[in-house]
Ligand binder design. Sequence first.
Ligand code: FES
Length: 652
Amino acid sequence: PKDPLVVFLPSGKRGRFAPGTPVLTAARQLGVDLDSVCGGRGICSRCQITPAFGDFPKHGIHVGTEALSGWNAVEDRYKSKRGLIDGRRLGCQAQITGDVVIDVPPESQVHRQIVRKAASDRVMKMDPVTRLYVVEVEEPDMHEPTGDFERLARALQAQWGVAGLTASLPVLSRLQPVLRKGGWQVSVAVHDDGHGAPVLLDLWPGLHDGGLYGVAVDLGSTTIAAHLCDLVSGAVLASGGIMNPQIRFGEDLMSRVSYGMMNPGGDREMTAVVRAALNDLLADLAGQAGIEARLIFEMVLVCNPVMHHLALGIDPLELGQAPFALATSDALRLSTRDLGLTNTGASARLYVLPCIAGHVGADAAAVALAEAPDRSDDLVLVVDVGTNAEILLGNRDRVLACSSPTGPAFEGAQISAGQRAAPGAIERVEIDPITKVPRFRVIGSDLWSDDPAFAEATAASGITGICGSGIIEAVAEMRMAGLLDASGLIGSAEAAGSGRLIPDGRTHSYVLHDARATGGPLISVTQGDIRAIQLAKSALYAGARLLMDEMGVDQVERVVLAGAFGAHISPKHAMVLGMIPDCPLDKVQSAGNAAGTGARMALHSRAARDEIEATVRKITKVETAIAPKFQEHFVNANALPHATDPFPELRR
Ligand code: FES
C-alpha cells in the first residue's frame, strides 16, 4: 500500500509520507511555510494547524478521523495548560496516519501578509529580520574546552541552520547565568538580514513568550510619526506622533542647515534634541502598547537628508550648498545605541533606508518602496506631501524623483489657525456659493457643523483650529465660491456683503467659525494663509512639472497622494488649487502615510530592504534647486489654479 498523501492548504503543496511522520516534518520537507520556534518540542505553539475532514474531490482523497494520530502527552499538556482553539492541533506532535488535508492558518505562517497598500493592491509578505529560536545547548565539558557562546552558536547552526552567530558584549555578559537558569535550553532572538553575520540580540531561559517588537519611524521636519509593531505577526500595537523639537531652530530644512552654519555646535544641539525626542517616543509607544521597551529589537528610520544627517550626528552643512553632497547615501545598518537611544533592547538594530540624493532622502525611498512606481504599467506621479514634498514620476521603464520645498503650510503650520491633524481640527470644508456660508467637519466626528447634533458631538474636543487638509479645502472652496480671485486675493467685489469677510489690516479674512462670544476661538482664513498655501502648492506643482518635462510628457495617467494627510486630501480640491497636474479625478488616489508604510515594510522584511536598495540605484534624481525651469513653473503656478497650464479635467 502507498504511504498516506498529505495536502497542505493554502499552498496546495502535497506529498506522501510514511505513517507516523509529524506534520511539521512533512511541512518542512515540502517547503510549506509552517512556523516553529521551539523546534518541535511542543512548547511554543507556533506550529498550529487545522486538519480538514471529509471528501476532497479536487485532491482525489477522503479524509477520515484517523488521518492524524491521537493526542500525545505533550500536546495534552500544552492544551490543558495554555489552551488550543477547537479543531487545532500542534503540527509538531500530530502524526500523519492516513490521507489528510491540512490547513495552515495565517498565524502559523512565518511569511504571513502584512502591508496592504491603499493605492495599489500590492501585498507584502513578512520576511522577518529578527526571529526567535529555542535551542538546546550542550553542557560544558572539561575535556572539550569551548566557550558557552561557541556551543550556543554551534547548537543554533545544527538545530536551525543559522551559521556564524555573533554577539555584542552586553549580551555576552549575560549569557552564562541564562544558560544555566534555563537548564541549557534557551530562547534566542537573532537578527539576520542577510548582510553580515547573524547577531544574537538577547536570550532568555526556556521559552520566551514575551514577544519581539520593532518600531518604524518617519522622522519629518515638522512631525515625527512612529508605529510599534509585533515582529512576529506584523500587527501595529501602538502609533504615535510628536512635533519635531528641532522646529525651534528653524521651521524648514534650510533654516536648520543655516542655524548649524551660524551657531557653532548648532548641529550637535539639533542632533541632541531629536535623539531625545526619539527616545521619549520609544518609551511612549512601549507604554501605550503595554510592553517593556527592552523588547524592542528592530528600528527602521526614514527621513529626508537633512533629518537623516542630524539624527546620525552628521553636520548637514554640505546639503545646504551645491552640489548637495550626502555624507553617505547607502542604507545603514547600525545599533540603536549608536544614536544614544536607550529605550530599546541593548543590542537592538537600526536600519536606515538609503537616500536617493542630496535633496531626495530615505523618506522618498520609503515612498518608492510602498508605492512601487517602478512596477507600474501606467505613468504614475507619487507626491508625498509634507514640509518637503517628495515627488516621484515613472513606470516600469524609468523613475524620476525630486523634492520640493513646500514649507510646513500643508501640515497646518504657518497658518493663522493652523494645527496638527488631531481631534477638534477642521478637516473638511464646504462653502455655499450663493450665501458664502461655510459648513465643516472636525476630526473626531462624522457630523457636519450644520447638523443639530454637531455641538454635542464635538463638545469633548471643541473646535480648535484647522489642519492641513482643512485649509486646502477651505482655500479651494473660497476660490469656487468667488471669495478669492485667480491671483489669490480675498474679497473680490462679488463676495462683498456676505458678512463672512471681515476686515483684517489692509486685507480681509474669511470667518469659518467664530466662538469668541462664548470665550472660544475665532477660526478664519487670512490673506497670509492664502499666500502660504499658494507658495506651498506652487512648489509642489513646479516640482511635478519639472519631472514631467524631464520625462517629456504633458499628462500623467495616475496620481497618488501620500503623506500623513494625503489620505484626507480631496482630489477635487487639490486640483482646484492646482496642487497637482491635471489628471482624471478618478485616477487620483490616496495612499495615506506611504513613507510610514515603506518604513513598516522594511521593518518586517529582509526582501523589502534588498528591494529598496536595488530600486534606489535605478531612480534618476532631478535637482529642483538649480533648474531655471523650476522657477518659471513656480511663478506660473502661483495663480489658482494656474496662469498658463490648462486643467481640462476640472471642467468635466
Ligand atoms: Fe513549537 Fe510545535 S513547534 S509547539
